[in-house]
Design a protein around this ligand. Structure first.
Ligand SMILES: [Zn+2]
Length: 472
């Protein structure tokens, strides 16, 4: 009997300590009342509309219940937060996220950041993340399950299948397709496993892409691509839904371009810097993408990392790296700094011009971190940096926020639930100290992140991943 009594006591204790969050989540959730009022906030709602000043947002049952002038009354018993001097934007919808990061020292092997990256995204205000290619799809699925069942902090994940890569993969972590049948078979298998998107990669052939797109569309799944062997217009005609990175990876303007062949990147990059965005061929590509409803994902931060004159070195970035990780990253940074002839400053400018022209032509531009490259684009931090770079390229802060929120929600078919600060939507909100409409760099000053109405403390999330990257 004593043993049974002990079991009973343990169960009673654990039941008493249980709120709706498990021990894995509880330390990070600092606001969790049935009704919460965010008082005196500026709202940049994600729709592209001008900011609203001095509003009160009431959150109830995980949703946005009302948005009113701060003089209005709120339901009795609400937990009230005086957020004077703060801005609320929708949770970011990161459209090129990964759950892996370069393992370091230039070795083309990536470590799954199953522990740290979900926390980094959430702490940075990313409440929804579509992965842009997966190296460990089963791990990604399991993380999604842990997050969705409130056992682990992280964004709402939309999982991509393994890369659809052709022969010539640069990392041993990718399967190389053997032809169109293999492409269709791979898509069918992973669609059945539950992935909700696919990403085609650099060496895929047109026949493989066509087979993959047809199979994916049969399952109601969209395909994106970081292509090289296939130009943007060819891909649009094949029926791809989304292209990653933009002009800088479009090889169709390369004079020696052979069909189904990825040309040497160095040559392409040098030529890209001289490409005239207003010229007829580039304009024709933009028109074709818009006509075929192909969205583009802006990933400026990962390109910027190759420009040695920037980005600013941030302490918070170094804080999440292990000592070896920091050493490896700082070495990559100084290698990038070496080249006075580096094409990257000009390329970054060119890419910004292209993205601006694409949006002016009616294209759907989205945003993502892509924490790969030389390690300079960190999960979450690079999502924020992308907004700063979009503004540098001429978008207004309000437009940049729309690109990083509502546009991604629209592409995912989730615009009725997320993507803007609107009554009835899920309370996925980022609270920022300052005013990103006036100073976009304030986007880094996240003080609270709401996901489905629960308020997470970004400082606690970041503290929990100190020194974690790239080992977990
Ligand atoms: Zn990527």
């Amino acid at each position: 009997m004593p043993a049974r009594l002990l079991v009973f006591l343990c169960l009673a204790v654990s039941a008493a300590a249980q709120n709706r969050f498990t021990p894995g989540l509880r330390p990070f959730v600092t606001v969790d009342a049935p009704t919460v009022a965010l008082d005196h906030v500026r709202i940049i709602d994600g729709s592209g509309a001008p900011p609203l000043e001095d509003r009160t947002i009431v959150i109830a049952a995980g949703k946005i219940a009302s948005i009113q002038p701060s003089t209005a009354t709120v339901p009795a018993g609400s937990q009230r937060l005086d957020l004077t001097g703060h801005t609320v934007i929708p949770g970011l919808v990161g459209m090129h996220e990964h759950l892996f990061y370069p393992s370091g020292e230039g070795i083309p092997i990536y470590s799954e950041e199953a522990f740290s990256f979900p926390r980094l995204y959430l702490a940075s205000g990313v409440t929804t993340a579509r992965t842009g290619g997966s190296l460990e799809p089963y791990t990604d699925f399991n993380l999604k399950r842990l997050i969705d069942s409130a056992r682990m902090p992280g964004p709402k994940l939309h999982i991509t299948g393994p890369y659809l890569e052709g022969a010539g993969a640069f990392t041993a972590q990718m399967h190389e397709l053997t032809g169109p049948e293999d492409a269709a078979r791979t898509v069918d298998y992973w669609a059945a496993e539950g992935v909700t998107s696919f990403k085609a990669y650099m060496n895929i052939t047109r026949a493989e892409l066509q087979a993959a797109v047809q199979a994916a569309h049969r399952h109601g799944i969209k395909v994106t691509g970081h292509l090289c062997s296939i130009g943007f217009r060819e891909a649009a005609e094949i029926g791809i839904d989304n292209l990653e990175h933009g002009l800088l990876v479009d090889t169709e303007f390369h004079p020696g371009k052979q069909p189904d062949n990825c040309p040497a990147q160095g040559v392409t990059r040098a030529e890209m810097a001289h490409l005239d965005i207003a010229s007829a061929p580039v304009q024709a590509t933009i028109a074709s993408l818009v006509e075929h409803h192909v969205a583009i994902t802006s990933t400026l931060a990962v390109f910027e990392a190759f420009d040695g004159s920037r980005p600013p070195l941030e302490q918070r970035f170094l804080d999440v790296l292990s000592p070896q990780g920091a050493e490896s990253y700082l070495a990559a940074r100084s290698r990038a700094a070496g080249g006075a002839n580096s094409p990257y400053p000009a390329l970054l400018k060119k890419e910004l011009e292209f993205e601006s022209a694409f949006v002016k032509a009616g294209g759907l531009l989205m945003s993502g971190a892509d924490p790969t490259g030389n390690g300079g684009a960190m999960a979450g931090f690079a999502d924020q940096r992308n907004l700063e770079l979009l503004v540098e390229g001429g978008f207004t802060p309000v437009e940049a926020i729309q690109i990083a929120t509502a546009n991604g929600a629209r592409f995912l078919g989730e615009e009725d639930r997320i993507g803007t600060v609107s009554v009835g939507k899920q309370a996925d909100l980022v609270v920022i100290a300052g005013n990103p409409a006036a100073r976009i760099a304030d986007i880094r000053n996240v003080t609270l992140v709401f996901k489905d109405g629960a308020g997470y403390d970004p400082a606690k999330l970041l503290e929990s991943v100190r020194g974690a990257v790239p080992f977990h």
